[in-house]
Design a binder for this molecule. Sequence first.
Ligand SMILES: Nc1ncnc2c1ncn2[C@@H]1O[C@H](COP(=O)(O)OS(=O)(=O)O)[C@@H](OP(=O)(O)O)[C@H]1O
Length: 337
Amino acid sequence: RCGPASPLRTSPTRSLEEPRAQRTKRLLSGWDAPELSSDGDAGGSPGVQMPGEAPVPPLAASRRMPPRFAAKLSPLGDGSKKLPQALIIGVKKGGTRALLEFLRVHPDIRAVGAEPHFFDRNYEDGLEWYRELMPKTLEGQITMEKTPSYFVTREAPARIAAMSRDTKLIVVVRDPVTRAISDYTQTLSKKPDIPSFESLTFKNRTTGLIDTSWSAIQIGIYAKHLDNWLQFFPMRQILFVSGERLISDPAGELGRVQDFLGLKRIITDKHFYFNQTKGFPCLKKAEGSSKPHCLGKTKGRTHPNIDPEVVQRLRDFYRPFNMKFYQMTGRFFGWDD
Ligand SMILES: Nc1ncnc2c1ncn2[C@@H]1O[C@H](COP(=O)(O)OS(=O)(=O)O)[C@@H](OP(=O)(O)O)[C@H]1O
C-alpha cells in the first residue's frame, strides 16, 4: 500500500527527541511545542478551539437531517479517521496558519490543529500513526493538515506521492525578502542573542556574497524547491496562494482554494472583518464558536528595521528566482519592482 518510499516501522533511536507517546499526545491535543514547530499558534489564541479533535463543524444545510435518519445514512456514526487528501505544504511564514484557520470554517473541511511534521520528522512512525492524528470525517469531507517545512524537505514529495499520488498540495508564498525577515524575527523572539539579520545574510559582507545556506534565505528560492515537487506531482495538483492577497483579500484567495479543493464556495467576504488593532483580517466567527477570532500574538509580529542596502541586495538576489517561479506557476506575484 505504501510503495517504495514507505515509512519503516522500526524506529531508530530518538534519544535526543521527544518520546513518541508524548509527541502523539501533544499533536492530538492540537498543541505545538514552540521548539518543535515553526508555528507558535496552533489552532489560535487561548480560549478559542485548539482541536486535534475539534467539535464537528456544523453540517451543510443539505446534510442536516433528523437524528433517526442520521444513523442510517451515516453508518460510521461520527465518521472515521482518514489520511489527508489535501496538505498545506508551505511556506514557513507564508501565512499557512491563517489559511488553515480560515479553511476550517468550511463544513466540508476537517483539519489537524498542530503541525504533524510527518513527512519530514516523524515518518518512521508510519502511516497508521499519522492517520490516528487526523480528526474524524464524514463521507465527502476533506481531511487536511499543514506543515510548512514540507515544501523544503527533499524527501517529502516522494513520501506524499507514496501515500497518494492524488494528494492536493497548497503552497502559500510570500515575498521571499519579507519572508526571510519574518523567519528571522521569529528566531529572534526565541533567541534574543543571535547575530543581526544583516550579518547572517552575507557569507562575506565586503564582497556582498549572500549566504544561501542560511535557511531564512534558502527557503525563499521557491523555483528550486518547486522543481523537486514537479518530479512527483503535476502542476495542476499544486495551488499557489499569495500570502499578500491572503491579507488584502482573504475571501478572494479562499475562493480559489475552495475551487481547487472541489468545494462549494461557502467561505466568502461575509466571514471576514479587518481588525484595526491587529492590522489583519480576522474571522467574524471561528470554527465551532460564535466569537470573532484573530490569530494569536505570534502571527503579525513587528519586524526589526533592516539596513535598506541589505534589503536591496536581497531583492536583486531573489529577482531571477522569482521570475522563474512566476513562469513556472503562471502567476505573477508582484514581489519585484
Ligand atoms: N489574518 C492573519 N492574521 C495574522 N497573520 C497573518 C494573517 N494572514 C497572514 N498572516 C501572516 O502569517 C505570517 C505567519 O505565517 P505562518 O502562519 O505560515 O507561520 S508559520 O510558518 O506557521 O510559523 C505572519 O507573519 P509575520 O507578520 O511576519 O508575523 C503574518 O504576516
